[in-house]
Design a binder for this molecule. Sequence first.
Ligand SMILES: *Cc1c(COP(=O)(O)O)cnc(C)c1O
Length: 707
Amino acid sequence: MNVQIPTLPNAELRVPQSLHRLVDLAYNMWWAWHAEGRDLWVQIDPVGWEKYHNPIDLLAGIDPAQWRIIEQIEEVHERYQAAVKELDHYMSGRETWFDRRGVQMPGPVAYLCTEFGVHNSLPFYSGGLGVLAGDHTKSATDLGIPLVAVGLLYRNGYFRQEVGMDGHQQHIYPTLDMRHLPVRPVSGGAGQLKVPIEFPDREVYAAVWKLDVGRVPLLLLDTDLPENDAADRPITHQLYVAGREMRFCQELVLGVGAVRALRALGIKPSVWHVNEGHAAMSLLERAALHTTSGVDLATARESIRAETLFTLHTPVPAGNEVFDGSVARKYLGPWAQRLGVDLDGVLSLASTDGNDLSRFDLGALAIRFASIVNGVSQRHGEIVSEDWRGLIGHDAEAVTNGVHTPTWIGRAGAQILVRNLGRSWPTRLLENPSLLDNASSVSAETIWHAHQSRKEIFVRFARERLRRQMARHGAAPDDLRSVEDLLPADRLTLGFARRFATYKRATLMFSDWDRLASVLKDPERPVQVVFAGKAHPADQHGQAFIRQIMELSRSPEFRGHVHFLEDYDARIARFMVQGADVWVNNPRPPMEASGTSGMKASINGTLNLSVLDGWWIEAFNGKNGWAFGAPDRNDDWGAADHHDATAFYDVLAGEVAPLYYDRNTAGIPEGWVEYMRESIKSTLVAFSSHRMLTDYCEKGYFPLGAG
Ligand SMILES: *Cc1c(COP(=O)(O)O)cnc(C)c1O
């Protein structure tokens, strides 16, 4: 059951008649996780691919003379035929997990989120939440789950990061050219569908675009329209816009616009999944639709609760999206009226404790309107229960996050799986995880060489990036040449990359310089660390972390052993989680609700060296990586940091490095490879988004949707 949404053409892409289906291939993100798709783009124009990573840019950049040459290449036609065949087969959607499960749902799941990380060419995400939402849509389509996603189209995306020589983070906002995005205008009335939203003394329109993620439509709302006042057009320009009132406007557009867009399209969701509080104002709009048809607010709330699931991703109530009550008062008059209450009445729906009307807490609002509330790891589920039991009325559920394994696994690993289990390995493994037991027949050599080949790719990529960064900083030719000697691939390499939020403690390992330097510069067992990550433009602490790491990377103590790659995104993430030997994570417990980059590393056999928090509490088994530090909350931050840093040095020098450098006569670290094997085995299914989606189905979508 696919959700059908009519669209209008976007830009006209000119391609030769013999390759006309390239347009279909370019306008469906299916290629992003199918090798047949990516191989085709590389075959058509390797230079254009390297430059854009976006098929539409690539196709638009080819002139007729070039096409005549490309059309002569036999491999192009072979790969084209293969990709078209696979896409058509995929889109026909036969024999999916959902079909086999045999559950009837009258309407689809509506999945609302403020960020979506589907591919790095679409900068509509900032970090883990967005990538998770992207992985959610991909697993939904792979498993045949009827789902329609709704988010915002940020024409200035999230910022690109440049870091100056002094470590200062610069924010560069791209201006996206709509004609070069794989989105199409959704048709409605005379042209593109536009939904109106009441603002004080005016209406703001949100245009609706559609991105195809396999069979799942992702609708994106956009206020940058000529119909809107110049002051309203930027509402959806920047993801996580810093101004609080503007952020409120953005989330009003997301919540209300999502409900109205689906209604305008005649889509009647059976289940609404509000993914994090940003989309919670959808609940006011849904409630108002009930109350204006004659029922009272309490009854409306019960009907809505019966169809709504809310996922919290924040570890502490303070992390929720909370606005000053006065902002909500300024905008929510029309909803108060339709709900038949006064403004205090609306504000009380979003009050954390039911009394305090000075704060408008979107998490509290969503909890009041959801019958199922879940945290994103087992531990986080417990924390949500403790924090919110009063409001939820019972325990929260826990659905542990997962990653879309076809997106995140390296090519060499995927090839091994295809050889052993066939192309449908992700669903086969989901339905029969014991198939992985055969993995022990894959030799240590095969596993190690697959890893080394990915590491070489990562190291080459990182050197190129470092050279570009240094050139911008004005480095001399000899310095730029010496980049080739950086990051030797035979050296134990740690990766640390994620948003530079303060609780993630990016600089923890620099607590004791002498100790760290002695570990990294051990002549027998040297270690190098590669960092990457952006700090939110308003986060001064996070930006100070970046400055500190940049300074240290150029200091005599750490030069050559510590590196910072700028402009972290999903592409760099892929290189790093596949190419590092060890993935470091040291959040301040219990602040990491789940964490997902460690899962991406783990499924590739990149071993986690992590504090026991979030997902790692569930995944760590003593043979698939390492745990260090104290797992419990400690409000004496200085003492906690000192304790955890010391534990980090001890485990790294005492266990990790010795195991890595212990080689057999063929140069293979057999003990290490056993850890890699265990890492892959213990996480490839358990921490996949396929498993996560089946959990959401069994615990949420099916019980709600059938009811
Ligand atoms: C996976 C991912 C994240 C999440 O990383 P955590 O370690 O879970 O915080 C953030 N950003 C990008 C680009 C990712 O791919």
